[in-house]
Write a protein that binds this ligand. Sequence first.
Ligand code: FES
Ligand SMILES: [Fe+2]
Length: 323
Amino acid sequence: MWIAALSSSEVGRDRPLGVRRLNMNLVFWRDKSGRVNALLDDCPHRHAKLSLGKVINGNIQCPYHGFEFDGLGRTVKVPALGKSSEIPKYLRAISIPVYEAHGIIWLWYGSGDPSKAPRFFDDLDGLIAYSEYSETWSVSLPRAVENQLDVFHLPFVHYNTIGRGGKTLVHGPLVKVLDDYSFIIYPFNEVDRGQKPLRSNQIDASKLRNYLWFIYPNVWENYISRNMRIIAFFAPIDSGSTRIYVRLYMRVTGARAIDRAITKLLMPFNIYVLHQDSRVVLTQSNDITHDKLIHADYPIALYRRMYLRDKELNKLLNSAVKP
Ligand code: FES
Ligand SMILES: [Fe+2]
C-alpha cells in the first residue's frame, strides 16, 4: 500500500536526502529526469550511509569506496575493480518503490502491486495554490491521525481559535464510509442546552458544509469551503514518532503566486492551532489498547479497525530498529 512519506519539495535535484520513515533509514534522490528513488540508507558493501554520498549521473555514489547504485538498487560501478571488470551480482542495495504525485512522495509497503497510483482527494476543484508546514511529533502514527479525526476536542483544545463558542455537544457523528480505506465525517456540534445528541440518521448532511475526509493509511482533508482546504499527512518515522505535514490550499484571486503568498501569510494561524493540539497529544501514551472510547469517538474506532487490520504496517513500525 502507498503511504505519504515526504513532501516533493524535500528532495532536491543534486543532493541525496537521508531520512527515517517506516522505521527504516532511507536515502532519496532524483535521477536525471527528476524521478525520485529510494534505497535503504545502507551500502551493501560495508554498510556506510549512502545519504552521505553524491548523486552522479542519476545514481547514488557511496561516500566510502565510491560504489554507485541505481534507483533499483543495482550496482552500476565499483571503482576498485576497474572499468573492464564485471560487477558481482551479490552487490545489491535494497530499493523501496516510490511514487510522486500531488507534491507528495509516497512509499510502498507490504505485498501487492505498486503500479496503481496512490489514492488522493478528488474534490480539490482545481485548487492548486498552497503552502506547507511540517514538524515531528514524538507520538505514534495512530495518535497523530486520531487527533485529526476527533470532532469533540475543539471546544477544549482550541477554545480560543477553531473551537470558539463552547459547542461541546456532539451530534452523530455522521460518518459516510466510502469503502474499506476511506470515510468522510460531517462534524455537527452545538452548545449544550440540555438537548439530546441527534443520532447520525437524524442529521441532514446537506445542511453541513464542512467535512473531514480521511484516506487510509495517512492522508486527511478538511473541507472548509469551495476555495479553502487544509490537507495533512502523517508520515511515520517509527513506532513513537511521526512527521506531521500541514497544507493550506486557497483560491482568492485565482493567480497562483498571489494565492500562495496569501496562504503563507495565514500559515502561522494554522501552526498555532497545530501547537494547541501537540500540547495535549504529546502527553498521550502511545498504547491505544487501553483507551475507553465513547460514541463520539466513532471515526477514531473506524480508523483503528483499518490500522489494526494492517498487519504489514504494524509489523514495520513495531519491529526492532532497522538500519
Ligand atoms: S561501504 Fe559503500 S562502497 Fe564501501
Ligand atoms: Fe485539533
